[in-house]
Design a protein around this ligand. Sequence first.
Ligand code: HDE
Length: 705
Amino acid sequence: MPSVPFVGGDTAKQRDLASDSQEAGSALTTNQGLKVSDDQNSLRAGPRGPTLMEDFHLREKITHFDHERIPERVVHARGAAAHGIFQVYEPLTDLTTAAPFQDPAKETPVFVRFSTVAGSRGSADTVRDVRGFAVKFYTEEGVWDLVGNNMPVFFIQDAVKFPDLIHAVKPEPHNEIPQAQSAHDTFWDFVSLTPESAHMLMWVMSDRAIPRSYATMEGFGVHTFRLVNAEGKARFVKFHWKPLKGIFSQVWDEAQKTAGKDPDFHRRDLFDAIERGDFPQWELGLQVIEEEDEFKYGVDILDPTKIIPEEMVPVRRVGLMTLTANPGNFFAETEQVAFHVGHVVPGIDFTNDPLLQGRLFSYLDTQLRRVGPNFAELPINRPLQRVDNNQRDGMGRRQINRGRVAYFPNGLAHGCPMHSPEAADAFRSYAEKVDGAKIRVRSDSFGDHFSQATLFWNSMAGWEKDHIVAAFSFELNQCTDVVVRQRVMDAILSNIALELAQGVAARTGIPLPEARVHPAAAGRPNADLPDAGLRVGRSPALSMDRVAEDIRGRKVAVLVDKGVSAEQLTIIQETLMDEEAIVEVVAPTAGTVQGGDGVLVPVTRAAPNAPSVVYDAVMVPGGADTSALQASGLIRHFLNEAFLHGKPIAAIGTGEQVLAAANLPTALKEEGVITGETLEDTLTLFVEAMRRHRFPQRNVAPVPA
Ligand code: HDE
């Protein structure tokens, strides 16, 4: 798998943005350019007198401050972003004329914003939620936005239901509780009455909804789009982003605690990784479907609650995206960036997916409300090339359009700017033939709501099933309305898998339905569609039960206190840093500790500031004496929590006494607790265990039979 280190300088977009940045070292001025003599004292009548209205500097400064916020996004308010580049591996001219896919030598600048959906702008990163994965490509033929999520399907099949879905999941309107959580009555009330959400519910109740980092998430365009080549031939396409670091998550208890200990966990991880040159990378994957194969796969490709399993249509990896730079200013870039599914370039087109069609309206509308009519002129949104048309004026207009002509056709400006009927690089909509009666009807081919939810369940490893059962149970135990709880059981869970329904029943006390709702009554199977093996099989690509290729960017805590062997510590640090892991020395207090061999050991972080939830693994070196470490309640708590969350734990020599003091079992090598080995062997086993990420046997009880 190619992992191309980024060696270049700023992307074209960053250079474009840099032209807007302020001069360093300049004098403080008002917005009118006046040099300010005193920015610390307002103008008043005598040292103890009232402040004067006349103080235009005070008024300008305060007024601007009062207007600093723009409306937060109605969904996806909480997010973080980065700049980068995209490069295609080989020309895709047979498939599309889209600019980023023509030339492997070409670096297309991108700006990528990741987000949660339900929470406000100040909410925590690690909540259970879908993650947005929105990519803006600044191509030489205009801006293309691939506005996706980290899950390949969605809750609803028609955009008209979106406001209801979001009203249901957002905090309840009478008391604005709970923040950034689906675990409340109104969400489960809505989805239990909306069986088309069953498949998506499986994804959000899986660990996909609590990613370890943005860099370990997949991304999906969700809808089926079209690729169109120079001959005008179109094919259907589904877009995928495959993370080179693999797909890894937190566990639920850990995610909840991280939300309190470090609400910026994902944002910080992305920022820090880029600052230290550990650039997150994803391969772009395409599932291409010939037009004549539209009905071959047993699902309607216009239905956004369905996937085409990778085992049926393989994902062809066509290029690499590398995030190389953090934004210079969060507001100007991350907050003001305005994505729109309708921003496409020649060679990419839409389909009639009714969710996509509604989004084509919504994104422009929301940017007009949120950022204003001239949002496209803002530095982060403007394309790299010159914009020329007859649109004029509006709030916040930047461009000064000289001359008296702002219409077409015109003779006074020689017909300019003129449209380009002949130009090969102009956008032309794909001439799909459309013919139908005006009706408010959903196609029967959208009717099977459960087969793929079952497929997802069948494709999970045992521990993933445990986590899904635990997640449904947690959410339903947060619901107070017995009717809602029972309806989720009767109308959703029992139609997906009996084993799932039984597991949730055992943990929630919700009775199983007396007679299982017959699948046909719940909208399946769909007799109109050929059964292509989807309904019975497994799709291994859906499982996260995998081992990482390396431990790059994983965070290890090495627990120390006075008496630690500084020599061992150095070897641990060097070995793990050679693997490009991040090693932090954690002690009960900050500063330095006196090593057993007389060396002063610098501490990276004190235990109160270094909760176990922000680390992937923990190591306890030995030394002359570990009694100080054994005596620390914080350290014992740290180890217990890391154990519960299934993290690799290793102890060397007298370090084992610290594990014993924390009452941890020390003979669990198969489950990632490494003891009784030489330092060298411990490190080898530890790195191997870290590649497995977690030992989930430790963090959840088995699903009751
Ligand atoms: Fe969005 N969505 N969405 N959405 N969405 C927005 O646009 C909407 C949907 C997604 O980082 C809004 O600028 C409707 C699916 C991302 O700035 C808004 C429907 C997918 C982002 C909107 C959907 C997404 C948004 C709010 C159902 C995955 C954040 C603020 C028809 C394919 C982009 C904004 C960023 C944001 C509407 C469903 C992804 C209101 C009506 C499906 C990643 O326009």
